[in-house]
Design a protein around this ligand. Structure first.
Ligand SMILES: NC(=O)CCC(=O)C(=O)O
Length: 262
């Protein structure tokens, strides 16, 4: 499957600019033959958390309508990164995923809120998993800080995911954590990890380094530090072969780890 990783420069609080830019990139991805496009975290409003009352998408309606139309018209799967939403009077960091027939296949609210960026002061956390299928590929999606919780990603892998999509706004000072955690999650879960970060003009804030990693841990692509879209061809059939070579799922001993759920 040809995957377009769209590493955006998300404009702070400028919803119109961000929608225009995202549409341009998704159209370009489809033109270039991509079958799936993935976006970064909070691409509508960015982290303008104090202005969420004005900026967050009510029930995600604008975003859903936008992604639905593009995915159906261009016949492309879209892992819609995440956007700020307002649902039942609360704000969330929400991922929508559409298949290439324009059908919504999942809606996920970020489960782990990142205190260092004040998410816990403004947002509510989701409590549902995010497994879905795109074509015949069992997949999962998580958002940024979620990758620091191996239990969470393992649960998605145990529920069948062969690829875990990650949308992020991961800042430059901890970019080494980003790379190491993504690679570890791919190896331990024996999944593809396809992770898209944002960039910013001041590269000290956000410097991209989006990644595509196969289940043996080999990095197939790392993004640069500028806005870009890369189309990476991935072969999901290698997942089963790798899981047979080292049968981690058969060798697990969950009875030894049950206390981790406390
Ligand atoms: N947007 C986020 O969740 C950022 C997570 C992060 O930077 C981290 O170090 O974890």
């Amino acid at each position: 499957m040809k995957i377009a990783c769209i590493q955006l420069n998300v404009a702070f609080g400028d919803i119109e600019k961000n929608f225009t830019n995202v549409e341009k990139f998704i159209r370009e991805a489809a033109d270039k033959g991509a079958e799936l496009a993935i976006l970064p975290e909070m691409w509508n409003s960015s982290y303008a958390l104090e202005k969420l009352e004005d900026l967050a998408d009510p029930n995600g309606e604008r975003t859903k309508n936008f992604l639905q139309k593009l995915s159906e018209e261009l016949q492309i799967h879209i892992v819609g990164g995440s956007v700020s939403t307002k649902k039942d009077g609360k704000f969330y960091n929400t991922m929508y995923v559409y298949n290439n027939k324009g059908e919504l296949v999942s809606e996920y609210d970020k489960a782990h809120l990142f205190r260092l960026m004040d998410e816990h002061l403004y947002l509510s956390a989701g409590d549902k998993q995010n497994n879905f299928e795109l074509g015949d590929i069992p997949a999962a999606g998580v958002i940024c800080y979620d990758i620091r919780f191996p239990e969470w990603l393992r649960l998605h892998a145990l529920n069948g995911a062969k690829v875990i999509f990650v949308s992020a706004q991961w800042p430059t000072p901890r970019i080494d954590h980003w790379k190491t955690l993504l690679q570890a999650r791919a190896i331990e879960s024996q999944c593809f990890v396809i992770a898209v970060n944002r960039i910013s003009h001041k590269k000290q804030n956000f410097n991209g380094q989006s990644m595509v990693i196969e289940p043996w841990g080999e990095v197939l692509w790392t993004g640069g530090e500028d806005e870009e879209m890369a189309i990476i061809d991935v072969d999901f059939s290698i997942v089963d072969e790798i899981r047979q070579r080292i049968p981690v799922y058969d060798d697990r001993r969950p009875e030894l780890y049950k206390d981790i759920l406390k």
